[in-house]
Design a binder for this molecule. Structure first.
Ligand SMILES: [Zn+2]
Length: 210
């Protein structure tokens, strides 16, 4: 039986749900009449009358409530431009790895990193430290743009899935490069390339991204 949590006795304190999806974890938002999926470990009643359900067949995921959770990295939508630029100063790692480094920025996943780099015209393998202030400024804008679009799209499709398995594709962002290996770049028609950086697929246009 999954644990049930109801909002009847709200805690006066502020708390946050921390979700680790692990390997197969998913978070669903459904109506209570929806039958429980197999491997549903927690059901949370939402004020809207709907339910948030945590489903995880392989049980590597974790759901917890934290009184004070501080992510180690900066919040990409709140971080100031100067601070954003300073995160990459002196870093010899590829910019793609730096974007995925949760100690620098929180919550920029693989797809969002590829899409942001494409929009900023930066190759994923470029050394973070080699980027000019102009490039970093473009990257700053494109990361925010991509995340905001994803959140806006997520708002309209949240009725079924907050997340699907695999990558962070819970928001059906229109991918311009991610997952489009060999397909023509939407800007210049050059075939999109795929390389592996630190074990993660990276997609880019060899012409538009320098
Ligand atoms: Zn291109």
């Amino acid at each position: 039986m999954p644990a049930r949590h109801s909002p009847e006795a709200p805690s006066p304190d502020f708390a946050q749900w921390i979700v680790h999806l692990g390997v197969t974890g998913r978070v669903l938002v459904t109506t209570p009449s929806e039958p429980l999926e197999k491997h549903t470990h927690a059901v949370v009643s939402l004020r809207s009358g709907r339910e948030l359900r945590f489903v995880d067949p392989r049980r590597f995921g974790r759901l917890s409530v934290a009184r004070q959770f501080a992510a180690p990295g900066s919040e990409p939508l709140d971080v100031a431009l100067d601070r954003f630029m300073s995160l990459f100063r002196g870093r010899k790692t590829p910019i793609k790895s730096a974007l995925l480094n949760q100690g620098l920025l929180s919550g920029v996943g693989n797809i969002y990193a590829d899409e942001s780099l494409f929009r900023a015209g930066i190759r994923p393998r470029r050394r973070a430290a080699s980027l000019t202030r102009d490039s970093l400024r473009r990257l700053y804008s494109s990361v925010q743009e991509v995340l905001k679009e994803a959140i806006a799209l997520g708002g309209s499709s949240i009725s079924d899935y907050v997340n699907s398995d695999g990558e962070e594709g819970f928001f059906q962002l229109q991918h311009r490069v991610y997952g489009r290996e060999g397909e023509p770049c939407l800007t210049c028609k050059t075939p999109v390339k795929r390389i592996v950086i630190a074990g993660r697929s990276s997609h880019y246009c060899p012409r538009c991204q320098k």
